[in-house]
Design a protein around this ligand. Structure first.
Ligand SMILES: *Cc1c(COP(=O)(O)O)cnc(C)c1O
Length: 395
């Protein structure tokens, strides 16, 4: 471990020197099937030629000019994203937390413009929105917040998936102006709300004039088998945030807005030096083109469904397995006990997986996975879980 890095991460003792599609290769030349995709970032896998070509070309032409000037490629990306999402305007940032900061600032300004001096935002238990002060305050996980008090005020929490609770809180909070919610909670344990939940929140926001803001940082860009996971519910939010897979590894975040929300900011209200620079926008445009040209949104839906069926068949009757769930290529297997050590066991066998919320195996494979790689992944993960449950019998 490096003496010169702040110890903010509990890193696994391995480094990769090269990537190839869904594979990562370590210093010894050993290959690993990557079922995390850099935490839902490399949806097109590693070293995708369309992306590397676009990034190289752009680096050779123009990397950065700042937002003091028009950036044509940023305008182009904004138009493409708005078309895909049915939104009206975009702001570009460099990460998910920054995209959510933008949404939070937008909601507060929206509130102030409506005469609410201390606007509040409804957020959910077990949510994850980032590590900046405002986004960790919005996050529903004490571990993320502990030690960083005083938290940013103005967030009110409700249980995720509970529409009645949201309605009850709504009736008690006259200063509420917006809801910030993940369509599917990723870090929180791959949790899908009951069907009708987002549509119910949409109605609530319509009734009260609140903004419905969806955090699609993890679920967006095809991962959930739609361009954006909220589209599964047939609704449109007022604000949507994106990051992770948007640049396939080139840092870029976005906050999109529609209707009145799209006109809240004026010059001087918000900004970012790097946000939406030509390099990042070129990468994101190449990502969108590649997803489209290869039908990868539909592919994620079909392959995810198939893998979910295979996992259900292999695991759901096993004692110790509580639930097998997922949407598109965001898959979770919940066990009845903490299963962190599975990550090391899998890696030793050449497979990269993740465990979140302590007892949920989370899989975020790239959208370019082929059938045999998917099958191999399901078989390996299932065997690992079976062995792990055998070796770790509950006493
Ligand atoms: C990862 C994530 C974030 C934070 O994104 P960063 O780029 O790490 O700041 C925010 N919201 C959700 C839902 C995420 O999964």
């Amino acid at each position: 471990m490096s003496d010169f890095l702040m110890p903010t991460y509990a890193r696994q003792p391995i480094a990769f020197i090269k990537g190839e599609g869904p594979w990562l290769i370590d210093e010894a030349g050993k290959r690993y099937l990557d079922a995390i995709s850099g935490i839902a970032v490399c949806g097109l896998g590693h070293a995708h030629t369309a992306i590397s070509k676009a990034v190289c070309e752009q680096a050779d032409t123009l990397i950065h000019t700042s937002n003091l000037y028009r950036v044509e490629i940023q305008e182009k990306l904004a138009r493409r994203l708005c078309q895909l999402a049915g939104m009206d305007a975009a702001f570009f940032a460099n990460s998910g937390a920054e995209a959510n900061e933008t949404a939070i600032k937008l909601a507060r300004l929206y509130g102030h413009k409506r005469g609410v001096a201390e606007p509040e935002i409804l957020v959910m238990e077990h949510s994850f929105h980032g590590r900046t002060l405002a986004t960790l305050s919005a996050t529903g996980n004490r571990k993320v917040q502990a030690g960083f008090e005083p938290l940013v005020r103005g967030f009110v929490r409700a249980p995720f998936g509970d529409l009645e609770a949201a309605r009850r809180i709504a009736s008690e909070r006259p200063n509420m102006v917006a809801i910030l919610v993940e369509p599917i909670q990723g870090e929180g344990g791959v949790k899908t709300p009951p069907s009708g939940y987002l549509a119910g929140l949409r109605s609530l926001c319509d009734e009260l004039g609140w903004l419905l803001m969806v955090d699609e940082v993890q679920t967006g860009m095809g991962r959930a088998g739609r361009w954006f996971a909220h589209q599964l519910e047939g609704i449109r939010p007022d604000v949507m945030t994106l990051a992770k897979a948007l640049g396939n590894g080139v840092p870029i975040g976005a906050c999109l807005a529609r209707g009145p929300a799209a006109g809240v900011f004026s010059p001087g209200n918000h900004g970012s030096t790097f946000g939406g620079n030509p390099l990042a926008c070129r990468a994101a445009l190449a990502v969108i083109e590649t997803i489209e040209a290869n039908g990868l949104v539909e592919r994620a839906a079909a392959l995810g469904q198939h893998m979910l069926e295979e996992f259900t068949h292999l695991l759901s009757d096993l004692p110790g397995v509580i639930d097998v769930r997922g949407t598109g290529l965001l898959l979770g297997i919940e066990l009845d006990r903490p299963c962190g050590p599975l990550v090391d066991r899998a890696r030793e066998q050449g497979l990269l997986i993740n465990v979140t919320a302590q007892n949920v195996v989370r899989l975020l494979p790239p959208l370019i996975l082929d059938d045999s790689q998917a099958h191999f992944l399901v078989e390996m993960v299932s065997e690992l879980i079976k062995d792990f449950l055998q070796d770790n019998q509950e006493s």
